[in-house]
Write a protein that binds this ligand. Structure first.
Ligand SMILES: Cc1cc2nc3c(=O)[nH]c(=O)nc-3n(C[C@H](O)[C@H](O)[C@H](O)COP(=O)(O)OP(=O)(O)OC[C@H]3O[C@@H](n4cnc5c(N)ncnc54)[C@H](O)[C@@H]3O)c2cc1C
Length: 552
């Protein structure tokens, strides 16, 4: 992390050098001294520091400067760094002006020049001011900042993207003072949000996910154009495949359309994954797996959606949404499943503005003290209910069936029952939602009686089962009637190999109807939809990739 700055501004070069020298001598190991020779130059330096997310601890400004005097400068600087301590450097004749400044710019101190020896006249003052600054919230780490509107789908999408890619960021509302200050420093207005300020100070207004990924250190372009194996989808299955493939010496690239971790990355607590007796959050598991894959030399590409697959001789060619392609000897399809949409009037328009698919973990703290509705009765809904119950006034689980027993694991049902602010509404359906700027109310229907009622809420989280998004594989590999990829012995019909199969052997386990293309995890027909089985299939797929490559 870059050291916080102490900024001095004086139009007299000799005095300016002397001030900087004295400060550096005592504070140079912990603070960066930034020197400017006019108020304008100092403000430009402050704007740059602000955009880079750096901190300013103390501002020292000479009173008598042409164009902009020290008080005017400090007043303008307060808009950018209100927590920085402010010192005016004055000659004896200017003490009246300095005293007036105490009110105008909330001056912390005025220093009479010259201050020799600094040990007596300068350092004790600065020591106190730095100590006071260290107690302010500004003395925190540098990070990516997102400035947006509370109820805005694009602002939510940006935060969700960063959170799911494990990029630390600070969320600021455009109408909060700090948000306004950052927008001004970046020459943007509230009309331009969401605006992302990257750790190196770049300001991006409504960036695409690919643009944002590239600016926050996520890789988006492959280093090579040919690999031993391309893994598509970076959920547990894809990450598992990438770790095993790279650790076993295969040139491996893992391609993800949105965020590493897949569905598991959205889980607030996975309690049944081997080796984590206290449970592990999806974010933690993803972070570890991602680092492990990178450690072994796998490349991970983010924000790259694969939209096509074809055989080109023995190579397998994957096409991206932007028209570019990538080739390999083999491919592992680990594209998982995505939530089904809840088809009720009003909900589509409010998605991202109170209506969310999955747990949208970034929203939990905002639900503080409010009523939250969750649709769905599977484990994912149960985990989310427990997570939101820590913040919300009441969490309401809406299910169509009689009870959670048929769809949720026993350990989760027990936890739900033990949590006093969770209520389960059986035989109930959400049949509509409405609101102006954001979701304000839901219509619930009692399925037995057909009666409806309206409840006030700003929060609906939907977990209603999932489907594979594999249309892009139509005609390329065999899929079942629901779109899951059929593999291995299941491809044989009355002992016959699938149409177009070109090799003198049956498909291996996990191999699709296109030789050298394997499927692992939730996207595979008849797979167990669990983290452990997805990771296991990812690892197994690599073993069969080896077998396939050896026979080539
Ligand atoms: C909230 C929640 C909680 C859960 N809790 C548990 C639990 O406690 N225990 C448990 O065992 N299981 C749990 N599950 C289920 C578990 O997460 C899944 O079974 C597991 O994630 C499946 O892994 P996967 O890698 O096969 O697919 P996914 O996790 O679905 O990952 C697939 C990835 O592929 C990417 N992708 C899709 N299409 C493309 C494309 N065309 N191009 C590039 N990338 C693409 C997706 O963006 C996604 O990141 C939970 C699921 C959810 C949603």
């Amino acid at each position: 992390m870059v050291n916080p700055a102490i900024l001095t501004v004086d139009d007299d070069p000799a005095v300016s050098r002397a001030v900087a020298r004295d400060i550096r001598r005592r504070y140079g190991d912990r603070y960066r001294v930034v020197r400017a020779d006019s108020g304008d130059a100092a403000l430009a330096a402050l704007r740059e520091l602000k955009l880079r997310g750096e901190q300013v601890a103390v501002l020292l400004a000479d009173y008598r400067m042409p164009q902009m005097n020290g008080i005017q400068f400090l007043e303008a600087a307060m808009d950018l760094f209100p927590q920085a301590r402010r010192v005016l450097l004055t000659a004896y004749a200017d003490t009246d002006a300095a005293i007036d400044a105490i009110n105008v710019v909330d001056l912390d101190h005025y220093l009479l020049k010259p201050w020799d020896p600094p040990e007596e006249k300068l350092y004790p003052v600065l020591d106190n001011l730095i100590e006071a600054w260290l107690a302010t919230p500004d003395a925190t780490a540098t990070e990516t900042r997102v400035i947006g509107h509370r109820w805005s789908a694009p602002s939510f999408a940006m935060r969700d993207f960063l959170a799911r890619n494990l990029v630390p960021f600070r969320w600021l509302l455009a109408d909060e003072p700090e948000g306004e200050r950052l927008l001004t420093a970046a020459n943007f207005t509230a009309a331009d949000v969401p605006v992302v300020i990257t750790p190196d100070g770049k300001a991006l207004a409504t960036p695409t996910e690919a643009d944002l990924a590239a600016h926050v250190g996520l890789s988006t372009t492959p280093a090579s154009d040919f690999y031993d194996v391309i893994v598509v989808g970076a959920g547990p299955a894809g990450l598992g495949a990438a770790v095993y493939a790279a650790s076993e010496g295969l040139r491996t690239v893992l391609v993800e359309q949105r965020a590493t971790g897949g569905q598991a990355g959205q889980s607030s607590r996975i309690e049944n994954y081997l080796g984590f007796p206290e449970g592990v959050s999806g974010a933690q598991l993803t972070d570890r797996a991602r680092r492990q894959a990178l450690k072994f030399g796998a490349e991970i590409l983010s924000t790259r959606e694969v939209v096509g697959l074809e055989a080109a001789g023995t190579a397998r060619l994957l096409r991206f949404g932007d028209g570019t392609s990538l080739a390999a000897h083999s491919a592992v399809l680990a594209t998982g499943v995505s939530y089904r949409m809840l088809d009720a009037p009003g909900l589509a328009e409010l998605t991202g503005r109170g209506v969310f698919y999955g747990s949208a973990a970034t929203e939990a703290p905002s639900c503080s003290g409010e009523d939250v509705y969750i649709v769905g009765g599977a484990n994912s809904a149960g985990q989310a209910a427990l997570h939101f119950a820590r913040y919300a006034h009441r969490v309401n689980i809406v299910i169509r069936g009689d009870s959670l027993a048929s769809s949720m694991s026993r350990y989760l049902i027990e936890q739900v029952e033990r949590t006093p602010n969770i209520t389960v509404h059986p035989n109930t359906e959400v049949v509509g939602g409405s609101g102006e700027e954001h979701l304000e109310r839901l219509t619930l229907c009692q399925r037995r009686t057909g009666s409806t009622r309206t409840v006030d809420t700003s929060w609906l989280f939907i977990f209603i089962g999932a489907e594979p998004r594999t249309n892009w594989l139509d005609g390329v590999v065999s899929r079942d009637e629901r779109g899951f990829i059929v593999t291995g012995p299941a491809l044989l019909r009355d002992g016959q190999r699938p149409a177009g199969w070109s090799l003198p052997r049956d498909p291996y386990h996990l191999e699709s109807s296109l030789p050298g293309v394997f499927a692992a995890g939730d996207v595979r027909a008849d797979s167990v939809k669990r983290v452990a089985s997805a990771v296991g299939e990812g690892a197994m797929a690599v073993t069969v990739v080896h077998r396939y490559l050896e026979a080539q």
